[in-house]
Design a protein around this ligand. Structure first.
Ligand code: GTP
Ligand code: MG
Length: 452
């Protein structure tokens, strides 16, 4: 048996930022593919994972990287649509992402979702770098395809170069307003205490060699110990999404951060009521350099190792929850594994009151983040659940004694068609947003109006 073999896993990098600031384009440029062109309205519909092996990283980074300085296998990027909440996903009590790239459009600066991402990065203490994107839009900019930033900056006119500096200092100022010491990345010595700003263009590829170099260096320098895992041990992961898949029924999109998972193995998954125990029917792996969301590019594999994005097909997954833990049982006591999953779920459980509002969220982690924010705002919660808004939620909300509690706060979830009708017929008020603090602000405004 190969069990007990130690090795280094790929660091998980979350790509975050406000809608349209260029997350997908950036990954796309790195990948050299054209996923964006196939996207409906160029908006990322699902969370995707992309593995970039070290040799590709070093090819893109060119002279900035000497691959022999690294022993980590590469980087696993998770793209998140502006309206999603990857930042809130967890692994064994910590953040699922080892590092994050916060993408900021240099023309737009910080926007609501930038701030939301910053708040969650702060809370989870996830190290991050800022990619100040779209530098090619600086008036008078003369692009040098795929060039390192200092090289292309020196080739610009004084006017263009100082205009870029102006924009970058605005971003640095905004970071400082949020309590971070930040500077241009080449001036940062300690990336744990300071935030490095990397000017990039997802359009022209300028600065991308720098971005990859910084990420790889950050991971290698500060995270190597965390990357040391039992590469052949029983797998552990986090559910990204629970999805219906033609020919497979309900499937799980999972980020595997530890060990391996094999076909036919028994797994335990966090469910809405109780942990689900089931057997893996198929493991579907995105092809190298492909995205987990382009399903037709899946291949069936017998085994997969961390870190990777993978789709798991198994029976009885209907009540699985996004954000919940997944564990491979293998040669362990199944009851112990169930207890482990249960313990992890109870860490995230949200405190509820007799009277209060109903909260629905897309993942367990976002539910927890909202619950914390509600607690701070002193808004009582009667029920908090992962999932779309269903007719049952309207019924529950309508039983509240006070009008201000006859409300549902929905974060990143859909309203089921029959729920929409039920809400219209009832006196239940629905608030929807992809930004937590907005949701709370809107609710507070509503309560103020009621009490006026
Ligand atoms: P969501 O997934 O919707 O949150 O957006 P996103 O952050 O993934 O943005 P996306 O990559 O889809 O880019 C949004 C738009 O900005 C697209 O039209 C891109 O072509 C454009 N864009 C992205 N990066 C750059 C850049 O560096 N320069 C220029 N000029 N345009 C860019
Ligand atoms: Mg996108």
């Amino acid at each position: 048996t190969r069990d007990g073999e130690h090795g280094l896993r790929t660091p998980i990098v979350a790509v975050l930022g406000h809608v349209d600031h260029g997350k997908t384009s950036l990954l796309d440029k790195i990948r050299g593919s054209t996923v964006i062109e196939g996207e409906a309205g160029a908006i990322t519909q699902h969370i995707g994972a992309t593995a970039i092996p070290l040799d590709v990283v070093s090819k893109v980074a060119g002279s900035l990287i000497d691959p022999s300085d690294f022993d980590l296998p590469g980087l696993l990027f998770i793209d998140t649509p502006g309206h999603h909440s990857f930042t809130t996903l967890r692994s064994r009590g910590g953040a699922l992402a080892d590092i994050a790239i916060l993408v900021v459009d240099v023309n737009d600066g910080f926007q609501p979702q930038t701030l939301e991402a910053i708040n969650i990065l702060k809370q989870s203490q996830t190290p991050f770098v800022v990619a100040a994107n779209k530098i090619d839009t600086v008036p008078g900019w003369k692009p040098n395809e795929d060039a390192p930033i200092q090289q292309t900056k020196e080739a610009q006119s004084d006017r263009a170069s100082s205009m870029l500096d102006e924009k970058l200092y605005e971003v640095i100022g905004e970071l400082s307003d949020e309590g971070f010491t930040a500077d241009m990345y080449w001036r940062v010595q300690d990336f744990r205490g300071n935030i490095g700003v990397v000017p990039v263009s997802a359009e022209t590829g300028e600065g991308i060699p720098d971005l990859l170099t910084v990420l790889m260096g950050l991971a290698q320098r500060y995270m190597k110990e965390d990357m040391a895992i039992d590469v052949t041990g029983p797998g552990a992961g986090t559910v990204l999404e629970v999805k219906e898949e033609k020919g497979f029924g309900t499937t799980l999109d999972v980020v595997l951060y530890d060990g391996t998972i094999r076909e036919d193995e028994t797994i335990v998954v966090g469910g809405m009521d109780d942990p689900i125990v089931t057997d893996v029917r198929a493991i579907l792996k995105p092809r190298p350099l492909a995205e987990i969301r382009t399903e037709d590019r899946f291949e069936k594999v017998e085994e997969i190792a961390a870190a990777s994005g993978v789709k798991i097909a198994a029976p009885e997954l209907d009540r699985a929850m996004a954000g919940a833990p997944v564990r491979v049982v293998r040669d362990r006591d199944i009851e112990e594994v169930i207890a482990e999953v249960r313990a992890e779920l109870s860490e995230i459980e949200v405190e509820t009151q007799e009277q209060g509002v109903v909260v629905k969220a897309d993942t367990l982690g976002s539910l927890e983040a909202i619950a914390n924010a509600m607690d701070e705002a002193e808004i009582p919660v009667m029920r908090a659940e992962v999932g779309d808004v269903a007719p049952r939620d309207i019924s529950v909300a309508s039983t509240a004694n006070e009008d201000k509690h006859k409300t549902i706060l929905a974060f990143n979830v859909d309203l089921l068609a029959d729920a929409e009708q039920r809400a219209e017929e009832s006196d239940v008020k629905l608030f929807e947003s992809g930004v937590i603090y907005r949701l709370i602000e809107e609710y507070e405004e509503y309560v103020e109006e009621l009490e006026r």
